[in-house]
Design a protein around this ligand. Structure first.
Ligand code: CP3
Length: 354
């Protein structure tokens, strides 16, 4: 592999893994399982590893990133690892002043509201995130046949944090900018698309077997606005990673009405939350794409038999679909009992063994 010749397809060792087979809608020995936010606060070993280290600092330390990414794979026996980082890491890497506040989320010191703010968004160079290259390299080595999923935040979701200055229920400043100054909005999303694409390319170059684009808050938009004000930027991101030949996953919360469009941007796999059943999600996504999801993460607080019953209902809805990756409908909640995730992984594996 040379610098200007991207690798064709995922690392060899992972190519016949159930996760990649399901992404390609090929027959699988069992339905593959992984969980969004599987690495994190639900695990005591995570809390221990993170002691005394801020979230954003931890994301720049290859030793910590590697250890934390591997923790849920060791503990639960999931079929894929997700690179430990956060969606705001590339923004921090280009010098945007922000922090991740415990229990709150990303907080941006000076929110983005005017054209002059665009100057604070310079392009991301691979050298800005050399620690990512190093950690992904170490991880692909350690993981062997288990695929590593790289990820990034989608332009809309990143824009929401930048414009609101932090987490938002209504995204009112974001929408005010989108409707009030469509040209500035388009320019902002286009810059974010380039940053996101560069960040995903770093992970793909270093050996990630798949990438997921998190447009967590896109469900706040009606389809018309998604199509006209968001889809072009997200399409640019997916196109920028197409040449690696690795599966591209697209996910957002509350996106039942957007699933068709979210497939159209160039995803191979579309994730759905629990508000839409997987058979219906697959119908909306359309042919030629796999689906991922979609157990309500709150279900994990119920007794084991109830968790199995709900997991069974997800599997039944996915029955007969050519590509299904079992996941939650959103991230693992911090107070989740990790044993419940281990049991769920084993249950899905046993129940779907063929
Ligand atoms: O295991 C994994 O999935 C990989 C790790 C991961 C994190 N953030 C670690 C994290 C991933 C994939 C993300 C993505 C992310 N970050 C998203 C998209 C996924 C989603 O949940 O919709 C979003 C919207 C963010 C922004 C963000 N960062 C939020 C909302 C929070 C939670 C705030 C809180 O403390 O409740 C964070 C912080 C964060 N990201 C933590 C972790 C482990 C907690 C920080 C800590 O441990 O102190």
């Amino acid at each position: 592999m040379t610098a200007n010749q991207p690798p064709a397809g995922p690392p060899l060792a992972t190519r016949n893994s159930p996760f990649l087979q399901a992404c390609r809608r090929q027959p699988v020995p069992h339905t593959p399982v992984w969980f969004m936010r599987q690495a994190g606060r639900s695990l005591p070993e995570y809390r221990k590893a993170r002691e005394g280290t801020g979230m954003l600092e931890a994301c720049t330390r290859p030793d910590l990133v590697t250890e934390i990414t591997l923790q849920p794979v060791r503990r639960h026996g999931v079929d894929a690892a997700i690179y430990f980082s956060d969606i705001v890491v590339p923004l921090k890497a280009i010098g945007v002043e922000l922090d991740i506040k415990p229990g709150v989320g990303p907080v941006v010191e000076r929110p983005f509201r005017s054209r002059a703010d665009l100057e604070r968004l310079r392009p991301l160079e691979p050298d800005d995130v050399a620690y990512v290259t190093e950690a992904v390299g170490a991880l692909t080595e350690e993981l062997g046949g288990t695929p590593l999923i790289g990820f990034a935040g989608a332009p809309f979701t990143l824009a929401s944090y930048l414009v609101e200055g932090g987490p938002s229920r209504n995204h009112e400043h974001t929408k005010a900018l989108m409707y009030g100054d469509p040209q500035l909005w388009a320019d902002l999303l286009d810059r974010l698309a380039d940053i996101t694409a560069a960040f995903l390319r770093v992970q793909a170059e270093a050996g990630a077997s798949a990438v997921q684009l998190f447009d967590s808050w896109a469900g706040a938009l009606r389809p018309y606005d998604y199509r006209h004000s968001v889809l072009p930027a997200s399409t640019k991101v997916f196109e920028a990673v197409a040449e690696y030949g690795i599966p591209r996953i697209h996910f957002g919360v509350g996106t039942g009405e957007l699933l068709g469009l979210m497939g159209q941007v160039g995803a191979d796999v579309v994730g759905a939350d629990w508000r839409v059943s997987l058979d219906e999600a697959a119908r909306r996504v359309g042919p030629g794409k796999a689906v991922q999801g979609n157990l309500d993460p709150a279900v994990l607080f119920a007794p084991p038999e109830a968790v199995e019953e709900q997991a069974e209902s997800v599997l039944r809805a996915a029955d007969g679909l050519p590509g299904h990756i079992f996941n939650l409908g959103h991230g693992v909640l911090p107070d989740t009992d990790p044993d419940s995730l281990t049991r769920l992984t084993a249950y899905v594996h046993e129940r779907t063994a063929r």
